[in-house]
Ligand binder design. Structure first.
Ligand code: EPZ
Length: 420
């Protein structure tokens, strides 16, 4: 079993580079399927979710190669249109293959996706939107069989909620449909814009008609292109939380500060000072943070749900109280019991968590419950007195490819051990 040992209480200092975004890389990789050509994604970190997406692409007949942070996909030949349950369960974004395979092959058979357990994660919005584009959906004992009679047809679609995944699925399906699709109440996350940029680079015609309204003018075919994955705003926020909890002075490089705009006021309220450059952020933290007030997660451009856990961990030792309200997922506080093992005082009631800051946390043996919950444990361990060991690292490996190297570069004492 792998363990991460962290010796806490060391002030983080120095420079760290932000890597490519998982939540952009995954839909981009799925989108390569539409082109029937070769695409190269740069700044695409070697995450386990990226590998899992590569496995699905290979299963479908694509040639996939990854060297360092570049992934090349040749989707010239597709040999099948089904995905087995074993591969679907690897991650949530496997559901994006539904739209892409139907658009490429006219039919697709797959099952419900896996991913972090954050409460119910239905796909009703995906299926309803795809039906509007002419996709027939039949469900049988957990299998979802989709097909199109003739060509996909553009449609006017309004999402009941600006779901990131449903927006991506519509984009993937509609760019090869006949006619124009208008998608209203679309998600506005930067990863959506990154997907549109890639697809337009491949010959698609997608533009933003207004805030949250996407217009997709269908084309008959796409071609491959080279695309650089945008920087990971959640990894960036995790580094900032780690710097803040250790009273550190850290500069992020190769990030996109505008994507972090909702996170900055929270850190400033905690007493940190920030210097924002074009693609850099420098954070200087006080020896002890103050409570952050109320942090309410919202769809972009609101405070990102994925950044709440690392920030919550940082607020465990702040002076005063911080209240978190989770508006996106029903059950995102499973990691809180692990933080309690380190001495954190947190009360959870449904979607609300109230953190009463304590003077210090103590290192402990803790287990990751999900990806961002795992990041919270790392942040807490960096700020705690003494040694922590963290298990169930497969959760962390889904979203942080260079965690140990990045934190070691900032002076942290962190070591991964494999006892097998
Ligand atoms: C994406 O998940 C991200 N995953 C998540 O990141 C992120 O937390 C989330 O967007 C919100 O920003 C990827 O990009 C791979 P949603 P997604 O569809 O697409 C409900 C991380 O830690 N909903 O916007 O699954 C749903 O249950 C992960 O990196 C429906 O009810 O998010 C949830 O409550 C975790 N029906 C809410 O909408 C649907 O058909 C938001 O989900 C679809 C969604």
């Amino acid at each position: 079993m792998e363990r991460l040992y962290i010796e806490g209480g060391i002030r983080l200092q120095g420079d760290v580079t932000v890597h490519g975004a998982k939540n952009s890389a995954l839909p981009l990789l799925v989108a390569t399927l539409l082109t029937g050509d070769t695409s190269r994604l740069t700044n695409c970190p070697p995450l386990s979710d990226v590998a899992a997406t590569g496995s699905i692409l290979r299963h479908l007949g694509c040639q996939v190669t990854q060297s360092a942070d570049t992934v090349t996909v040749d989707s010239t030949t597709i040999t099948r249109s089904d995905i087995p349950d074993r591969l679907m369960r690897e991650m949530r974004s496997s559901i994006l293959f539904l739209g892409a395979i139907v658009a490429r092959c006219g039919e697709a058979t797959l099952t419900y996706p896996g991913g972090c357990e954050l409460g119910p994660r239905p796909i009703d919005l995906h299926l309803a939107a795809l039906k509007r584009l002419g996709v027939q959906v039949e469900e049988d004992h957990g299998a979802i069989h989709c097909y199109v009679n003739g060509r996909l047809q553009g449609a006017d679609i309004t999402l009941a909620f600006p779901s990131v995944g449903a927006t991506e699925n519509v984009l993937l399906t509609a760019c090869l449909a006949e006619g124009v699709t208008i998608l209203r109440n679309a998600a506005r996350e930067p990863e959506i814009r990154d997907l549109c940029t890639y697809l337009n680079g491949c010959g698609a015609r997608i533009y933003e008609q207004a805030e949250g309204v996407l217009c997709i003018d269908g084309v008959s075919r796409l071609h491959g292109c080279v695309h650089e994955v945008l920087p990971d705003r959640i990894e960036a926020a995790t580094f900032l939380a780690a710097a803040a909890v250790t009273g550190g002075a850290v500069t992020l490089h190769r990030c996109q500060p505008s994507h972090l705009a909702a996170v900055f006021p929270v850190l400033e309220e905690a007493g940190c000072s920030l210097a924002i450059g074009q693609d850099t952020v420098r954070l200087l933290a006080p020896p002890r943070l103050t409570g952050f007030g109320t942090v309410r997660t919202m769809p972009y451009p609101g405070f990102p749900t994925d950044s709440a856990a690392p920030l919550l961990a940082a607020s465990c030792t702040a002076r005063g109280t911080t209240v978190y309200v989770e508006s996106i997922f029903e059950n995102r506080y499973r990691y809180v019991d692990e933080l309690a093992r380190m001495g954190a005082r947190i009360r959870v009631d449904g979607r609300v968590a109230v953190v009463d800051g304590v003077k210090s946390l103590q290192g402990a043996s803790v287990t990751c419950t999900d990806l961002r919950g795992g990041a919270a444990l790392v942040v807490a361990a960096l700020g705690a007195a003494g040694r922590s060991d963290i298990t169930a690292l497969h959760h962390l490996d889904r979203g942080y490819a260079y965690l140990e190297q990045s934190l070691t570069g900032l002076g942290a004492r962190i070591l991964r051990e494999n006892r097998d």
